[in-house]
Design a protein around this ligand. Sequence first.
Ligand code: NDP
Ligand code: MG
Length: 386
Amino acid sequence: MEKRNIAILGSTGSIGQQALDVVRQHPDRFSVDLLTAHRNTDLLIRQAREFEPNAVVIRDESLYKTVADALQPLGIKVFAGMDSICSLAAADSVDIVLTALVGYSGLKPTIAAIKAGKPIALANKETLVAGGPVVMDLVRQYNVPLLPVDSEHSAIFQCLLGAAGNRIRKIHLTASGGPFRTWRREDIEKATFREALQHPQWNMGAKITIDSATMMNKGFEMIEARWLFDTAPEDIRIVVHPQSIIHSMVEFEDGAVLAQMGHPDMREPIQFALSFPDRLTLNNRKLDFPAIGSLTFEEPDFEKFPCLGLAFEAIRRGGNLPCAMNAANEAAVAAYLHEKIAFYDIPRIISEIMGRTAFIEKPSLEDILQTNKEAFDRANLLIDNK
Ligand code: NDP
Ligand code: MG
């Protein structure tokens, strides 16, 4: 494999930092072209000093001077703002773009990178939730590889490498069940955001950790799988697997099921997306089956986790509804993290916003941007009037 020059969008986040750990382990295989952050100047500057990228972007323009003063003397180009993230992700020197921004903010730069013909290592699932049909059309039009980073989708992708082109009968999408799997509904009702942030298996950014507690994350992943693998939502079955050893499974026409396994460690799918089709060494924990003993599986509880049902409803009706759902979720999760609303207000707000969304069956990119803005603003109005 030739050395790859990576643009890491969201390098200061959980995925971004783990991606840099992968780069650190393989300096002969990877180099860094671009690092971006929203407001975390300290970490961005430290990362840039270590990895010496061609350029960095700080999203918050008011922090430009802090970053420029620290890095320009080292010959690293410094930019600010979303437009710079988009244009630098598309730069000629970039070989592959890792999209690890959080939420809807990932959509525009991902589209810019696709239009520049860059292979995408996709962590930012909200891009496909909000803009699935539009993004997939562009992926086909520009013929770019879309390599999944989300562990479940990396697992499915890996299982499909052994499929020899045969049709998928079913995808079994595994879920840890999150921190509230064994809690009673009346206790979840009163759960604080601190309790919701205690994920049993994965250490991730705050938003996705709350999405895991509501199980909206699994709803998003079902939609992500629907687009990545062109699979009907009814052929995607969610199965709760608390040990998070099997990252997902693919069933074929003859009933044969392929699974991909490993200890929960995001560096594994990140590295595979960046090195594909090669497999490189990784200093992770390897599986010891007798020590694990048993793997267990359960049905997901749609009563305790109404976000699951909302996600199936949104993708079944299609059009701009998943986009509205995503925007309402983003507003509601932020409000929950600021202790403005209670846990079950999250699905209540999403459901209300989905009900009020003017349905567009075949949304354009413009429609997606408009739907996102309207749903986000309306959700915030609901939150403020509570
Ligand atoms: P984090 O919150 O840890 O990191 C987000 C990154 O994006 C940070 O670099 C942050 O900068 C930057 N950022 C945040 N908001 C904006 C914005 N509005 N504009 C520009 N940059 C922004 O998130 P994660 O790493 O956990 O998740 C990233 C994506 O990957 C999400 O879509 C998530 O669903 C997905 N994912 C994450 C997994 C995980 O294990 N963490 C697993 C599977 C998928 P700053 O640090 O300055 O705020
Ligand atoms: Mg996942």
